[in-house]
Write a protein that binds this ligand. Structure first.
Ligand code: NAP
Length: 480
C-alpha cells in the first residue's frame, strides 16, 4: 500500500511544490527510508506568508455553511482512506497500527466537531445604557478571525494534533500555515490532501516541511502572522515565546502527569487504566502517566498487578495487529530514556520491570524508590517509564503531585466522592480525571495546562476562542 501520493512535495499555498534539498523520513523500527519531503527555506516560508495574506481574506469571506461543508468533506475523505492514513502514522512515527487507527478516528471527530462549531461562533448584545449618558446607544460584539495562524506541531500525534489547529482555524475563517515535526511530516501532508480534495480554496492552508531551526524564526517573528499555535516541548516553547513579539500565543507543552490510587479504589480497573496510560505510544504522550502515588495499604497489591500487566505488554513490529507498543521515535530518544533510568538506578532507584533497550525500542519500565535528586523525578520522561511512590494519605499524594513545574492532567482512583472533591480543589492541573488515568481525553473538551505545561486551551470551541477576537459595534440613535 502506498502511504503517500504527494511524491516528495510540500503543500505551499494550494500548490504541491518540490525542492532540491530533501529530508528523509525514516521508520524508527528498522531505520528504512520510507519517503522524502522538501527541506523548505526561509524564502519559501516568506512566500507562504505573503500568499497567506490573500488566503486570510478568502477564508474570512467564506460563508459558514461553505466552511462547514469543506471541513466535513475533508473528514469524509479521511474516513474513506482511513487505512492509508493509519499506515502513514504508524510507519513514520512510533505508533502501532492499532494506536494509529485510533488517532485517525479521533482526527475525523476533531474535524466533524470543527465543522459543527463553525455555526456557533457567537457574539452578544451589549446593554450600553448601563453607563449614564449612553441611553441612546445599542450594539453588540461579534467574533472575527485574527488572520494568519502559524501552527508548529510535534511528532507524537502527527495527524490529530495538526487537525486540532487546522479544523478550528478554518472553522473560524483564518488562514493557517503548518510546520509539522521534521521526523513525521507525511500525516500532515495527507491532511492537506484531504482539504484540497474537499475544495478548500488555495492559499488558506499550507503545510511547509522543513527544520524548525531553519524556518521556524521566519514564521514566528513575522508581523503578519497574528498567532503562533505551538504544541511541543518546553525548551522550544520558551524560545518561541521569547521571539514571537506582539501576537497571540497558544502553548501546549509537556508534563510528567501524576495518578493517585487510594485504598478504596477498584484496583483492577486502576491497574489496567494506568498501564495503558503509561505505555500508550511508547510513553510519548503529553498526558501519559509518569508518577503513580499509591496509598500504603494497597501498594503491594497494586504494584503486583501493575507489573503483571506490564509484563504482558507486547513490544515489537508496529504493523502487527498483535503489538501493543512500538519503538521510540528515534534510537537517540531511546538512549536518552535509558540514560535517565540508569541515572535513577545508580542513585538508588529499584527497577521492578523493563529497563532494557534494543535500538529504538525501550521495554515498558517500572521504577520505585526514585530519589528526588534524579532528573526523572522532576522532568518529563516522554518514554515508557513509570515511577511508583508509596504514600500515607491523600494529602501527601496531592502535595507530591503538585511539587513539580508541570500541570497538564492528573488522575485519581477512589470510590469516595469527598476525596475526589479534595483532589479536584487542590490539584494544580488543567484537567483531573476521576477513576481514569491522566491519559483520558476527548477532542471536544478544553485541553491545556498550567505552570510550565502551557498557555491557553485547545479543544475545538476553546481553540476557536483563541483564534478569534471580539469586535464591538455600537449605534448612536436619535428619534426619527
Ligand atoms: P519539540 O522538539 O519541541 O518539537 C515540536 C515542533 O517544534 C517541531 O515541529 C519542531 O521542528 C519545532 N521546533 C523545535 N524548535 C523550534 C524552534 N526553535 N523554532 C520553531 N520551531 C521549533 O517537541 P517534540 O519532540 O516533537 O514533541 C514532544 C513534546 O511535545 C513533549 O514535550 C510533549 O509533552 C509535547 N506535547 C504536548 C502536547 C500538548 O497538547 N500539551 C501534545 C503532544 C506533545 P523540528 O521537528 O524541525 O525540530
Amino acid at each position: 500500500m502506498t502511504i503517500q501520493v504527494v511524491d516528495r512535495k510540500m503543500y505551499l499555498a494550494g500548490k504541491w511544490v518540490k525542492r532540491d534539498r530533501l529530508i528523509e523520513v525514516i521508520d524508527p523500527q528498522d531505520n528504512r527510508v520510507i519517503d522524502t519531503v522538501p527541506a523548505a527555506t526561509s524564502k519559501d516560508m516568506l512566500q507562504c506568508i505573503e500568499e497567506a495574506k490573500e488566503g486570510a481574506e478568502i477564508s474570512a469571506a467564506l460563508p459558514v455553511h461553505q466552511r462547514m461543508g469543506i471541513i466535513n468533506k475533508a473528514a469524509d475523505y479521511i474516513e474513506e482512506h482511513n487505512e492509508r492514513f493509519a499506515r502513514t502514522i504508524s510507519r513514520e512515527g512510533s505508533k502501532t497500527i492499532r494506536e494509529a487507527r485510533k488517532e485517525v478516528m479521533r482526527c475525523i471527530q476533531t474535524l466533524r466537531i470543527s465543522a459543527e462549531e463553525a455555526r456557533r461562533i457567537h457574539g452578544e448584545t451589549i446593554p450600553f445604557d448601563q453607563a449614564p449618558g449612553s441611553e441612546d446607544r445599542v450594539g453588540y460584539y461579534y467574533r472575527f478571525p485574527i488572520g494568519i495562524i502559524g501552527a508548529i506541531t510535534p511528532f507524537n500525534d502527527p495527524l490529530n494534533l495538526v487537525a486540532h489547529k487546522v479544523g478550528p482555524a478554518i472553522a473560524s475563517g483564518n488562514a493557517i500555515i503548518v510546520k509539522p515535526a521534521t521526523v513525521t511530516p507525511l500525516s500532515a501532508l495527507l491532511l492537506a490532501e484531504a482539504f484540497e480534495e474537499a475544495g478548500l480554496p488555495p492559499k488558506v492552508l499550507s503545510v511547509i516541511t522543513g527544520y524548525g531551526s531553519e524556518i521556524g524564526d521566519t514564521l514566528i517573528t513575522h508581523p503578519a502572522v497574528r498567532m503562533i499555535s505551538f504544541t511541543g516541548g518546553l525548551e522550544a516553547g520558551e524560545e518561541i515565546v521569547r521571539k514571537a513579539g506582539l501576537k497571540k500565543i497558544g502553548m501546549e507543552l509537556g508534563s510528567n502527569s501524576p495518578v493517585i490510587v487510594l485504598e478504596d479504589a477498584d484496583l483492577e480497573e486502576a491497574a489496567a487504566s494506568t498501564v495503558s496510560g503509561a505505555f500508550w505510544a511508547a510513553g510519548q504522550n503529553c498526558i501519559g502517566v509518569q508518577r503513580v502515588y499509591v496509598q500504603e495499604s494497597v501498594m503491594d497489591a497494586f504494584q503486583k498487578r501493575f507489573i503483571e500487566l506490564t509484563r504482558q505488554y507486547r513490544m515489537g513490529d508496529k504493523q502487527s495487529e498483535q503489538t501493543d507498543m512500538g519503538p521510540l521515535i528515534t534510537e537517540k530518544e531511546a538512549i536518552r530514556v535509558e540514560k535517565l533510568v540508569n541515572e535513577a538506578i545508580d542513585k538508588g532507584a529499584v527497577l521492578l520491570a523493563g529497563g532494557r533497550r534494543e535500538g529504538a525500542f525501550y521495554a515498558p519500565t517500572v521504577l520505585t524508590n526514585v530519589p528526588e535528586t534524579c532528573q526523572i523525578a522532576k522532568e518529563e520522561i516522554f518514554g515508557p517509564v513509570v515511577l511508583f511512590y508509596k504514600v500515607k494519605d491523600l494529602e501527601t499524594a496531592i502535595q507530591l503531585s503538585n511539587a513539580v513545574d508541570y500541570g497538564l492532567q492528573a488522575g485519581i482512583f477512589t470510590s469516595s466522592i469527598n476525596k475526589s472533591h479534595t483532589a479536584i480543589r487542590k490539584m494544580n492541573v488543567g484537567g483531573i480525571m476521576i477513576n481514569d488515568s491522566s491519559d483520558y481525553r476527548i477532542d471536544a473538551m478544553p485541553f491545556g495546562g498550567v505552570k510550565q505545561s502551557g498557555l491557553g486551551r485547545e479543544g475545538i470551541t476553546f481553540a476557536i476562542q483563541e483564534m478569534t477576537e471580539p469586535k464591538v459595534v455600537c449605534f448612536k440613535l436619535s428619534d426619527a
